[in-house]
Design a binder for this molecule. Structure first.
Ligand code: NAD
Ligand code: TYD
Length: 351
């Protein structure tokens, strides 16, 4: 049985990756390594928590001693590293939290994995999940981010992710550690913390609260359904070339304002409101500092070399996403009230 660490498994993307791996690979022991920050929620994994090939370890990756301890205990064959501080707005108010987790925490994991594997790298793999934001911002000119695009991060979040990417490559180039990196565009789907644009809009619309649009809403993001990201991670973890980098994107660019208008229409339909009702909630607010104008990723390499392609159109993915939030309004209430943080205490206090 192979043992795989998935860090950040209680978060948005991590929970989708844990679910996919636990269900698809009964021969793997999947250990979810997560500190359960405000973004980590074990309720996201209710459906797999009792599976025999799943374990949860509450570990803060900034704590080197605790990281070394779990590496010693489980001796993992692979690491899929998603744990991170992930919200740009938070990075603008507290950059140090991003340096601690994204840079220092990643180095702790790299160091511990290398200590464990250095005498025999055969069958081992450290897979680092990164973002397209490391490449900086594009003009509205039809250009794209490629794997070869120069790193030019602007926000403290993207600077911390860029730094962690460099450390991952440094461990490959210096020690020969078997690493691989992917850089993905904006994800959307179920279990997404409602501080990010799409779940925030859904939550505000259902409560008839203003929808805050930064600046003029002209910034462009390339949206990918989270299950398609998880499928790409599965493929790259198993088949990606050691030392290589893969871009993952939806080829699905939307200005924020167009996306919000579409979401308003879908929500009006789901809530039985007259079309145009939710749009009235749109409120233009002060722009984000250093707001990147446009992200657009070319994932041709992943498509050509590993045969990946998105499984849903944006319209299908958005429909599924809205349906999930409407069917799981208690989840939204729990995460916005902070109640979800008691779930861990209940589940694990007597184990
Ligand atoms: P998220 O904020 O929803 O989840 C992050 C998880 O990491 C949480 O479970 C949290 O508890 C955990 N965590 C945070 N600090 C930790 C620490 N010190 N020790 C252990 N665990 C810690 O994030 P997400 O949106 O699921 O993103 C996951 C990864 O994917 C991140 O590395 C992010 O940079 C990357 N990414 C995200 C997107 C996106 O659109 N969300 C796009 C591309 C790449
Ligand atoms: P976000 O979901 O925070 O992702 P990222 O900043 O990593 O791309 O934001 C997506 C886009 O939506 C981004 O251009 C900022 C914008 N935005 C708003 O206009 N209003 C909001 O309330 C939020 C959270 C984001």
């Amino acid at each position: 049985m192979k043992t795989i660490f998935i860090t950040g498994g209680a978060g948005f993307i991590g929970s989708h990756v844990v679910r996919l791996f636990v269900n698809k690979y009964p021969e793997y022991l999947i250990v979810n390594i997560d500190a359960l920050t405000y973004a980590g929620n074990l309720e996201n994994l209710k459906d797999v928590e009792n599976k025999p090939n799943y374990r949860f370890e509450k570990v803060d990756i900034t704590d080197a001693g605790r990281v070394n301890q779990v590496f010693e205990q489980y001796k993992p064959d692979g690491v899929i590293h998603l744990a991170a501080e992930s919200h740009v707005d938070r990075s603008i108010t507290d950059p140090f939290a991003f340096i601690r987790t994204n840079v220092f925490g990643t180095c702790n994991l790299l160091f511990a994995a290398n200590q464990l594997w250095q005498n025999n790298y055969e069958g081992k793999r450290f897979y680092h999940i990164s973002t397209d934001e490391v490449y900086g911002a594009l003009e509205k000119d039809g250009s794209y981010f490629y794997e070869t695009t120069r790193y030019q991060p602007h926000s403290p979040y993207s600077a911390s992710k860029a730094s962690s990417d460099h450390f991952v490559r440094a461990f490959h180039d210096t020690y020969g550690m078997p690493t691989v990196i992917s850089n993905c565009s904006n994800n959307y789907g179920s279990h997404h913390f409602p501080e990010k644009l799409i779940p925030l809009c859904i939550n505000n619309i259902r409560h008839n609260k203003p929808i805050p649009v930064y600046g003029k809403g002209e910034n462009v993001r390339d949206w990918l359904f989270v299950d398609d990201h998880a499928a790409a991670i599965d493929l790259i973890f198993h088949k990606g070339k050691i030392g290589d980098t893969y871009n993952i994107g939806g080829n699905n660019e939307w200005t924020n304002i167009d996306l919000i208008r579409l979401l308003c229409k879908v929500m009006d339909r789901k809530l039985g409101r007259e079309e145009g009702t939710s749009e009235k909630l749109i409120t233009f607010v002060t722009d984000r500092k250093g707001h990147d104008l446009r992200y657009a990723i070319c994932s041709k390499k992943l498509q050509d070399e590993l045969g990946w392609k998105p499984s849903v159109t944006f319209e299908q993915g958005l429909e599924k996403t809205v349906d999930w939030y409407m069917a799981n309004q208690q989840w939204l209430d729990n995460v916005t009230s902070g109640n979800y943080q008691q779930y861990y205490e209940k589940m694990y206090s007597n184990r």
